[in-house]
Design a protein. Sequence first.
Length: 273
Amino acid sequence: MIICVNNNKGGVLKTTTVTNIAGVYASQGKKVLIVDADNQSNVALSFGLNPDNFRTSIYDVLCGGLPPEDAIISLQDNIDLLPSNRDLISFEFDIIGDIKSYPEPFLLMKKALQHLKDDYDYILIDTPPSLGLMNGNVFTFADKVLIPFVPELYAMRSLIEVIDTINDFKEEYNPELEVLGVLGTLVNMQTNLHTGVMQETKRYAEEKGVYVFDTIVPRTIEFANSVSYHKKPATLVTRKSLVGKNKLNYEKANVFYDVCKELTLLLEGNVVK
Ligand code: ADP
Ligand code: MG
């Protein structure tokens, strides 16, 4: 199963969602590959690694024909990473500037990675916040899209854009691609604005046949804390590893376990949209 986490905005918890979902599934014994398709390399940073130290990356796989196995690293039990580094910044320029060498520019990722599908229970793709060649590759390769969504003013407009864009794209390049659902993030349900926008989102999504997660990810410092103090996503910080270190509020940090419960039900087709 290949799930990408996408939104055309930055700072909506794409990377947090990818890394924490990976943490949940890995702790349940599933094998996960994270593909970092964003040149910010925040997945590696979330695990305390410096992307400048990667000699090879997804760039070499997509543009240079390197077998992905040669760039993939193990982050911990059950979690591998195909990392990005700063080489990826010039990805679009390099491909478009040499389009003769890349006659099928949207198929680079699918061709390079599809044989890995059988090696992992989940391939999770972190994406950049733009609609460009990279996300074209991601949408051609993925089975499902999960959309993190901050219920701010004007956010509905951009959510509609994201869903319409994906639907247009899929018609032409990947008819199997499905918007799995919209996940409310950085939500403050004490705010009328957030409550209102979430309700409006549900109404709109229902019309479009798009699922909105019952679970919401509240605004909390726990996720930044876990990365900065523990060098890993919150769902991988165990009670044992906390001894003598910065404490973690488990109730808040464990919200991604609820997200994954819903996600699994959705993937099994056990949720009515
Ligand atoms: P994106 O990948 O969409 O740009 P990130 O996942 O990197 O977004 O999150 C943006 C910032 O928000 C990061 O600094 C992250 O540590 C912080 N963050 C993550 N989860 C939460 C949360 N629940 N509440 C507040 N801040 C959060
Ligand atoms: Mg990110």
